[in-house]
Each structure stands twice: as C-alpha cells, then as structure tokens.
Design a protein around this ligand. Structure first.
Ligand SMILES: [Zn+2]
Ligand SMILES: [Zn+2]
Length: 716
C-alpha cells in the first residue's frame, strides 16, 4: 500500500519524473511543496516512513515544548535548488526543524545520495578524490606558508612507511599528515631523545616490542598512506622529539607550514582517542559501523538518505589543536561518524553523496581561512579568533602555541605579525574585544606553576566567549561593495595611546614600539596625500569627492579606504620572545559603575554590560565587565579608566545599534553628525603591574570635562 503523503515526496525527488517541484516560491526563491499537516503526518501510523519522520522531528521537540505547539504547522518539502529537505512550517513561524534528504539515484542526477556500505569505506572513491590533486586544482598545489629550507634541514622527521622508521625530511618531498585526538590514550609510543636513534633505524616500527605501543590510529594511518600511494607520514608524537624543548619549539612554530605543505591530511574524526580512528578501510583497519538512515518513500524508486543539517559535534570538532590542523591543511580526508568526507581548496565531497561540489567562496567559516587574501584581512582574523576560542584544549596553556599556527597562516597577509594573537598593525582595533559572558582568567593547568603567561589584555588570557569588534570598528580600511556603504565609513577609531612591547634579552627588557600604524595610512589615505606602499594604487570618486584604493593582489571588486603595507615576501619566523607585559603612555580618569544593562544575546546569555556615571550621577557611557567578582557588589564601584582610542559613529549610519548597545539610550549625547567617544581600559592594579578588568566607551563630551592625569602603565 502506498502512502499518499510519501508518494508526493517520491514524485518530487525522482528524477525520472522530471524534477518538477515548483508550487510556490518565497522571497528568496525557495520552493515549497505542501505535503500534509503536522497532525496528519504524526497520526499516519500505518506508514513507517511518516512515523520515522515524525519521530525525527520530535527528537528536537522537548526543548520547544510538546506536540501541541506545532498544532498549526504543516509538513513541507523545501527545495533550495541545491538540496531538498523536509520541514515543519506555519504561516507565522519560520520553518523548522528540517531533515535534509537526497534521492538514491545513480550517476547523472546531481543531488543524488549514495547507499553506503555499513562496514567498509569506498576506497576507490577516496582514491579518486586524492588523484584529483594531479588534475585541475591549482589552489591545492599552493601552500599558505612555505616550508623553509633551514627548518627542514634542522631536523624535521617523517615516518617512512615502507622502511618502517623515522627519516629526515628533505625539501620538496611529498608527505601526508595525520590529525587525530590523543584523548585518554595512555602509554602510547612517543619519540624521545632516548629512543630517537633506534626509531631511525630501518624496520624499527615493525618490531614487536615497539609496534605494540604504537597507537592503533597511527598504525592504520601508516597502512592507509601506502594504500593511497604515498610513503611519508608526519605524526606529532613520533616526529617531534617530545623531551627536547628546542626541537619541540621549532616544530610547533612551524606547525602551519608542516600542515599546509603536506599534500594530504588524514583526519581521524571518528574516534575519541588515538586507538579508535580510521575505521572501515578494506585491507587496513577493522570494519566501521555506519548507521545510515534510509527513508523509503515508495517501494522502489525514490528512497532517500537524510542527514541532520548540523552534525552532532564529535570530540574531534571541539579540540583546539585539531581545529588548527583542519584549517591549515590544503586537502583533507576525514573519517567521520557519517562516512568519509573530502575537502580541498576547491572541492568538497561526502561519501553519502554522488557529486563533488566546488567550494563556494563563502562555503563555511573554515573556508575563510583558505581564501586567498594577500592584504591584511581583519574579517578573516576575526573569524578565526572567535571560532578558535570556542574550542577546548587539553591544557589551557596550549592556547598560545596552538594559536601560533593560525598566526603563521595569516602572517602572509599581515605584515608586522601578531602579539599574543592580536595583529600589531591594527592593535587599537584588536584590543577592543568584548566578553559575551563572564570570563575566567586562563591558568596553567599542567604543573601548577606559572610557566606560561596569559596577558589579561588579549583574549587568549581568558576562558569564555568573547567577540572581537572588528566588524564594528576594525574594518575601516576595507571598502564595502554595498552601494549604501560607498558614501561614507560609518564608524571608525583612531589612536590615543602609544603602545610598547617588551623584548626579553639577557634577563632585561627593551621597549619596542608596537607598529600600530593603520592610523597614519588612514588619515593620509583619506586626504589623498599618502605615499603608496608597494602594490597599491589610488583612485578618486569624483561624485563623492573621495579617494579610494586598490591592491594588486586583491580582486578588483575589493577596494579600500586607505592603503596599508603588506607582506611582499615570506619572512623567516622571528624567534624573538616577547614578554606578555605591555607598556603604554596615556591619560587616566575615574568613573563610577552604574546599573546593569545586560541584554540578551542568544539562548538567554547576556553581555556583562553596565552603565557608567560621573561623581554627580550623570550618565557617562557603558562598560563591559570581564569577570564576575563574586559577592562583591559591582554597582557604584569606582573604575580607573585609561584612554586607548577615540572613535565615532555617524548618526545617520546603518546598523549602529547592532554594535553600539547604548545607541538608542536617551542618555546618549546627540549633537552634530556623529556620536564621538573614547574607548578606555578599566584597569586593576596589583603592585606596579596593571591588569585589564573591563572595556569602557565614554562619550567625548563627558571625558573632556573630567579631570585627568598622564600615566604610564605596565599592563600584564
Ligand atoms: Zn508516509
Ligand atoms: Zn583540490
């Protein structure tokens, strides 16, 4: 017996029916086909498919209440022209949840799904993905960061699978990298100064007494490397001499180049530790156990596989280190709980779909890391930092080292580099990060002594959710392509303090000015008097009487309000050690904390945001408080504020209230074309050293009337 509801789905999905879906279109040109009401669907108990779909929808119901909430919902097929999904939707409510489906058809049908083998991966497909390397993928041949000869020469080790031992890497060799989670694996083999020589002798890794300590994932990766036609494999625990601090530091500093120069990364995303990955490769590992849910809409033709839009997060997804490896690799084969996945610079493929898709430029947050930006792209930095800080690390102190890989990947576009994760060229803007919840200071958890330092002025010094304010105040140099944005920059900042970093040498420190030099190029660029750095040209918009700029390595659609010096050649990684303490000279005043302005961000979380007031109780701006001091009452606390940068937001600008929470407050001064303000740090003193405690925005008219004095501050 055919189910009427499911028949409609089958007809819409089945290519032999000519793929005729359209019934009506919404504003975004999405097509919907009404299938039934939610009530009909969930009461259609005779049909196993309808029952299964109702159950899938229901798995997400508890957080939203009971079935009755969906009383007026209807059951729809949605077709975006890229994929189809089943949804619940009412007239007033947006569609939700959804089940993505694909017809199981062979070959030519673009959106077809594949019935996967429960036990074994499709090795031929994996090989075809890997072979695409040699064909048309230009970008896949180009590493983000070059692997410099001196580094390789100084002892970068690789496993030679055919010789079963460690070998020294030579420039230009093709090798594979393994990315996995060590997890709770104990007693696994690691390379140390003591066993390095024996691991370098031929056949050592196949000797029984050594092999038995080699974690399973690594053994499988070695075999699979050979199956894919390669011989050399880089694995951190064997290729880094774990108890040699000099070797370890050099490898970690070069992590970005190690991953981005490898011709393939194998990701063991399917297991919680080093003994459980890379399942289901015939002739290599144990069978896997893929649970593919097949929804049969008719007795034959149009069955379909479904996947959740948002995959459940695996241990692998949450780890900081593996996040870095994933974004730095040029080509990745990932073993996931949903089958094999392939991702390279130009294509994305999954074992459960027939087709290989081209990567759109905005495919995902990670593809931003892969996009070629040879100018200082703060959007990219912002994106990486915010997603990165969400990841878990086994040891909190790994953050700086783990982040160094991302910094080196961006170093090709950001001349002057980074200081504890913040781009030095735009230091003012980078300092404007704000918490979206109360934070905790990051501590060294490995051995109880403070062997690593975490500066309070950088987001890496805190645990908890933060946002950079690059979209608010830092993107002043990138000219938007939106027509409405062409007229004027809507918000911007300019420096008010001079910042120094401290170089550590021979037990003493030397002050070095932080090249926070965007402002010089900004002011001269806007006036058209700037000396153009290499690769830049200037243009004049006669209608608007404005100057703008283009850069030879940026696409012609991307223009800029001002030029900024860029990296023209790869520079050697600097080995200078900078102190986590900054020194700066600025002016200081005091304001009192007023009432809480916490507003909902998402899911009930709130910004730890308060108003500021003067001694006389006048409104004086807002302050983002970084941590909850416990039972001390914050209100009316006197805050020591040190000036960092000035800024403005045009009264007639767009989206101002999205970035400036006090925008609609009736207390906010409104005079002239723009809201003018200062950004100040709220500092807390412990002896001679100060620590960041909050970030304040004070209206210029208020700050100008306060009594101030000049201060010089060591900020740790
Ligand atoms: Zn049905
Ligand atoms: Zn490719």
């Amino acid at each position: 017996m055919q189910c009427k509801i499911c028949q409609q789905v089958a007809r819409a999905l089945n290519p032999t029916f000519g793929y005729r879906v359209p019934k009506f279109y919404d504003v975004n040109d999405n097509r919907f086909v009404r299938l039934s009401s939610w009530k009909e669907l969930r009461e259609n108990l005779d049909c196993p498919t309808c029952s299964r779909i109702a159950a899938l929808f229901r798995t997400d119901l508890p957080q939203y209440g009971c079935d009755s909430i969906f009383e007026e919902y209807e059951y729809y097929l949605w077709d975006s022209s890229l994929f189809q999904s089943l949804r619940l939707r009412s007239e007033s409510q947006s569609f939700w949840p959804n089940i993505s489906i694909r017809p199981l058809a062979e070959g030519t049908f673009e959106h077809a799904g594949v019935v996967m083998d429960r036990d074994w991966v499709d090795l031929e497909r994996a090989l075809s993905w890997v072979r695409s390397y040699d064909t048309t993928h230009d970008k896949c041949h180009r590493p983000f960061v070059s692997l410099d000869e001196p580094f390789v020469g100084r002892g970068m080790y690789l496993i030679s699978v055919s010789r079963n031992c460690l070998v020294e890497a030579k420039v230009g060799e093709k090798y594979v990298t393994l990315s996995y989670v060590w997890g709770t694996t104990s007693g696994g083999l690691k390379c140390t100064k003591a066993n390095l020589n024996s691991l370098r002798s031929d056949g050592s890794l196949s000797r029984k007494n050594i092999r038995q300590h080699l974690p399973d994932t690594i053994q499988r990766a070695m075999k699979f490397t050979l199956q894919l036609g390669f011989d050399l494999l880089w694995v951190d625990c064997l290729c880094i001499v774990q108890d040699d601090p000099v070797h370890t530091a050099a490898q970690i500093n070069n992590m970005a180049s190690i991953y981005s120069n490898s011709c393939l990364t194998l990701c063991a995303a399917d297991g919680p530790d080093a003994n459980s990955g890379l399942r289901g490769v015939p002739g290599c590992s144990q069978p896997r156990n893929i649970q593919q849910d097949i929804l049969a809409f008719t007795d034959g033709l149009a069955t379909s596989s479904w996947i959740r839009q948002i995959h459940g997060r695996s241990v692998y997804d949450e780890r900081g280190w593996t996040f870095q490896e994933k974004i730095l690799s040029r080509r990745v084969i990932a073993f996931t709980d949903h089958g094999l996945e392939w991702r390279c610079q130009e294509t994305v493929a999954q074992e459960q779909h027939h087709h290989i898709r081209r990567v759109a430029s905005t495919y995902s947050d990670l593809s931003i890391a892969r996009r070629d930006t040879f100018w200082p792209c703060l959007k990219k930095w912002d994106n990486l930092v915010t997603s990165y800080l969400r990841h878990k690390l086994t040891y909190e102190e790994d953050i700086c080292r783990a982040f160094s890989g991302i910094s080196s990947a961006l170093a090709g576009s950001m001349s002057e580099g980074f200081l504890f994760g913040l781009p030095q060229q735009f230091f003012d803007a980078a300092l404007l990060w704000v918490p979206t919840e109360h934070l905790r200071p990051r501590k060294d958890t490995r051995n109880g002594v403070a062997s690593y330092e975490f500066p309070s002025w950088s987001g890496v010094g805190w645990i908890g959710a933060i946002e950079t304010q690059m979209n608010a105040f830092g993107l002043g140099h990138e000219r938007s392509n939106l027509v409405s944005d062409h007229k004027a920059r809507q918000r911007d900042i300019f420096p008010q303090a001079t910042w120094y970093k401290i170089k550590r040498e021979m037990g003493q420190g030397t002050l070095v000015k932080i090249p926070n030099d965007y402002a010089k190029y900004q002011s001269e660029g806007l006036q058209g008097t700037v000396a153009l750095p290499l690769g830049w040209s200037s243009h004049r918009d006669e209608d608007e009487d404005l100057f703008y700029y283009s850069y030879d390595k940026a696409p012609s659609s991307q223009t800029f309000w001002y030029p900024i010096p860029t990296v023209r050649s790869t520079q050697p990684v600097s080995e200078v050690r900078w102190s986590s303490t900054l020194f700066f000279i600025s002016s200081r005043s005091y304001l009192r904390m007023g009432s809480s302005l916490s507003r909902e961000v998402q899911d009930g979380e709130t910004y730890p945001l308060y108003s500021l007031e003067t001694e006389e109780g006048e409104w004086a701006g807002v302050i983002y408080v970084h941590y909850d001091p416990g039972n001390t009452k914050e209100e009316k606390v006197s805050c020591e504020l040190v000036l960092m940068s000035g800024g403005f937001a045009f009264e007639n600008g767009e989206e101002q209230r999205d970035w400036i929470p006090e925008w609609d407050s009736e207390n906010r001064p409104r005079s002239g074309d723009a809201y003018c303000f200062y950004h100040c740090l709220w500092i807390e003193r412990r002896g001679d050293i100060s620590y960041r405690r909050g970030l304040a925005r004070v209206p210029q008219v208020v700050w100008d009337t306060l009594s101030k004095d000049d201060v010089s501050i060591f900020l740790a």
